[in-house]
Ligand binder design. Structure first.
Ligand code: NDP
Length: 319
């Protein structure tokens, strides 16, 4: 495994993070979830990402149980706050001081840990003064409940405003968690340049576009049984649907020979692709079975030569 600094912070994270949205507490049984965490640890992954809202708190509980007994200092445990976890009362969403300070205690209890390494604002809250949110995060850090603070899917402007306030309060935003893959490159426009200036690293989600970049979804065919596109239990099917267009799936098939030139599988090529961006600190992979973790983790440390990066651009175009 290779490690990178999380933004301008001193903490290093594994180039591949294991994340448990949709899978833990939802799509897969607890035994399979634990096997995936074991496979991640065996492959050298030390960074784990979850959120309070995933499966209404069950994802944090499953991850906490699976990591029990592992030396705490050898792990980086990330979670998030914003979306409701369980009851959807009037104060159960967003980044108010009330919701942030109540949520962190729930997360720590479910994860079975005294602190998380990174506490992330799952989204931006336009209805709470940013000053209030950043003060709440400063207090979470001061109380020793989180070591670092990050955000998810914030715009360049929001990152700038948040970082300025954090500096006044004596801490820093160290990371942003956006969607990023060869099929979803939005952050390259403004978020990455601003983040580079601000010392913020990207911890990117869905690097293989939820399984689409493995090439297992074929144009003109039904999705394979057991895949996320057929998952009703974890609610994954609705998120994959938007990628299942024959024109796009046909282009993805053309990535197979490019991956083969590097002795990689298409999934490994997709994960390695996001890691070519120097502002990316880590790629968060999901998995429904341990073999997927063992396969995808081999993307760590891979360098894709420029001519092959250009061929990937040509194949995918504006897909
Ligand atoms: P990926 O793009 O890595 O997709 C993972 C899914 O693809 C797996 O669950 C599996 O689904 C399939 N897959 C993975 N590897 C293979 C393989 N080698 N062969 C075949 N199929 C494979 O990431 P996710 O979309 O799961 O997101 C990863 C993490 O990112 C989440 O767990 C979460 O931590 C974070 N995230 C954060 C968000 C945010 O708003 N901040 C939003 C979304 C995710 P299957 O087998 O069922 O087809």
């Amino acid at each position: 495994m290779e490690f990178r600094h999380l933004g301008a912070s001193g903490m290093k994270v594994s180039e591949i993070t294991y994340g448990n949205w949709i899978t833990h507490g939802g799509q897969v049984e607890d035994d399979a979830a634990t096997a995936c965490v074991r496979a991640a640890l065996d492959a050298g992954i030390t960074t784990f990402d979850t959120a309070d809202a995933y499966a209404n708190g069950a994802a944090e509980e499953v991850l906490g149980r699976a990591l029990k007994g592992v030396r705490r200092a050898s792990l980086e445990v990330f979670t998030k706050v914003y979306f409701p976890t369980g009851p959807k009362g009037h104060n159960d969403t967003g980044l108010s001081r009330k919701h942030v300070l109540e949520s962190i205690d729930g997360s720590l209890a479910r994860l079975g840990t005294d602190y998380v390494d990174l506490y992330q604002a799952h989204r931006y809250d336009a209805f709470t003064p940013l000053e209030e949110t950043m003060q709440a995060f400063a207090d979470v850090v001061r109380a020793g409940k989180a070591l670092y603070i990050g955000v998810s899917e914030w715009t360049a402007e929001q990152l700038r405003a948040g970082q300025a306030l954090a500096a006044d309060l004596g801490f820093r935003l160290v990371s942003n968690q956006p969607q990023y893959s060869a099929l979803w490159r939005v952050i390259e426009g403004e978020v990455v340049p601003a983040s580079q200036e601000l010392g913020i690293g990207q911890v990117v989600f869905s690097p293989i576009a939820q399984g689409v970049l493995t090439g297992k979804y074929k144009p003109g065919r039904q999705p394979p049984a057991g895949s996320r596109a057929t998952d009703e239990k974890g609610g994954g099917a609705q998120f994959v649907q938007r990628w299942l267009r024959d024109d796009l799936l046909a282009r993805v098939q053309e990535l197979g020979p490019i991956a083969a030139e590097l002795d990689l599988t298409p999934a490994q090529l997709a994960v390695a692709w996001v890691l070519q961006n120097p502002n990316v600190a880590s790629a968060i992979i999901g998995a429904s079975r341990p073999e997927q973790v063992a396969e995808n983790v081999k993307a760590a440390g891979v360098v894709i030569p420029l001519p092959l990066m250009e061929r990937i651009d040509e194949v995918l175009g504006d897909a």
